[in-house]
Design a protein around this ligand. Structure first.
Ligand SMILES: NC(=O)c1ccc[n+]([C@@H]2O[C@H](COP(=O)([O-])OP(=O)(O)OC[C@H]3O[C@@H](n4cnc5c(N)ncnc54)[C@H](O)[C@@H]3O)[C@@H](O)[C@H]2O)c1
Length: 324
């Protein structure tokens, strides 16, 4: 269970792209805690300088402010790197519907740049962030790798394309790639601000400030909310996975299913608030229900998540109470 028993050689160096963001900064922290060196590549577009500053005095941490759309920067970042954990991308389904050209450039071209730079640098493993959005309009529950529907947004298409390139880099060039299909990740340092903020930090922040959050739809849409510690475990275990299981994608979730209205109620009662939400329009590009079958990641990566939604949500609320 967890990742405390995942051990790396002290000489192993990790490159975390998007390391100034939510998931990336949690990965940097876990790797530094293991005593390994981390290179963080981030252009600070949606990431935060504060997420760099917490590690900057650690001699094992090296920050490169740069853009994955620039191939030379990607090549420089991959020098002497053992493992690449590629998280840099633009998230948010609604924003991708508003600005598809930008998503193409960052999420597809940026990922291709990173794959090519990693191949040229001969890195051992290339583990990258995909997304549950690749399941698109498939109504099947739980979601199982191989049973994808048609994508519903430019964002989902970028992740699907990334998976296609990662597959090719494995088959054509022998690069060990592993796609992490994250399902609604939450936890410390996830940005609560802005129009495109994820629902959990947004609810916590607004309720804490006695404001009324909006639920898009009737609140009975469901998600497999996944605490960030499980995501760290998956990434670190993928670094140790057999090459036989490379070139593929894996559902990374807890394997539960929460209704949004219940999530809202858990947060408001933990904060001691009695505030009715506003029910707004359903969002374009969203699916109604999502929950993951995690059998494949368990079997091939040894993934064995031990942070349930219930355990994670109280840890996350505690962090937001102390930090925002
Ligand atoms: N959070 C989730 O629930 C979730 C779900 C599915 C997939 N993902 C994927 O996980 C990854 C990390 O997501 P997150 O939630 O931590 O988002 P985030 O926005 O907090 O982090 C993304 C980071 O990438 C950086 N970045 C963006 N464009 C860049 C560029 N051109 N060059 C260099 N750096 C760039 C940003 O500055 C930011 O620090 C993304 O690939 C995202 O698509 C996240």
């Amino acid at each position: 269970m967890g990742y405390s028993n995942v051990v790396f050689d002290k000489k192993d160096v990790f490159l975390v792209t998007g390391g100034a963001g939510f998931i990336g900064s949690n990965l940097c922290e876990a790797i530094l805690d293991k005593g390994n060196k981390v290179v963080c590549l981030d252009n600070l577009s949606t990431g935060k300088k504060a997420n760099v500053d917490i590690f900057i005095n650690n001699p094992n941490y090296n920050f490169i402010e740069g853009d994955i759309t620039d191939f030379t920067t990607c090549k420089r970042a991959c020098e002497n790197v053992t493992y690449v954990l590629h998280q840099a991308a633009w998230g948010s389904v609604p924003r991708s519907i508003e600005m598809p050209l930008y998503y193409e450039e960052v999420n597809i071209r940026g990922t291709l740049n990173m794959l090519e730079a990693a191949r040229q640098a001969n890195v051992k493993k290339f583990v990258y962030a995909s997304s549950s959005s690749v399941y698109g309009d498939s109504m099947e529950l739980p979601k199982i790798e191989g049973n994808e529907g048609k994508v519903l947004s430019p964002y989902a298409l970028t992740k699907k394309t990334d998976e296609g390139y990662a597959y090719l880099y494995n088959k054509l060039y022998g690069l060990d790639t592993y796609g992490m299909r994250y399902f609604n990740v939450f936890g410390k340092r996830q940005d609560p601000n802005g129009a495109y903020a994820a629902v959990i930090p947004k609810f916590i922040k607004l309720l804490k400030e006695n404001e009324r959050p909006t639920i898009n739809g009737d609140g009975y849409q469901s998600r497999d909310f996944t605490y960030v510690e499980n995501v760290i475990e998956a990434n670190l275990k993928a670094c140790k996975a057999s090459s036989d299981f490379a070139g593929e994608s894996y559902n990374i979730a807890f394997g539960g299913r929460e209704y949004l209205i219940d999530v809202y109620n858990v947060i408001s009662s933990a904060l001691g608030k009695k505030i009715e939400p506003i029910f707004g329009e359903e969002r374009k590009g969203d699916i109604r229900d999502s929950n993951a079958d995690i059998t494949k990641a368990k079997r091939n990566l040894g993934y064995d998540p031990d942070w349930s939604f219930e355990k994670g949500i109280y840890a996350a609320i505690q962090w937001y109470l102390e930090n925002i």
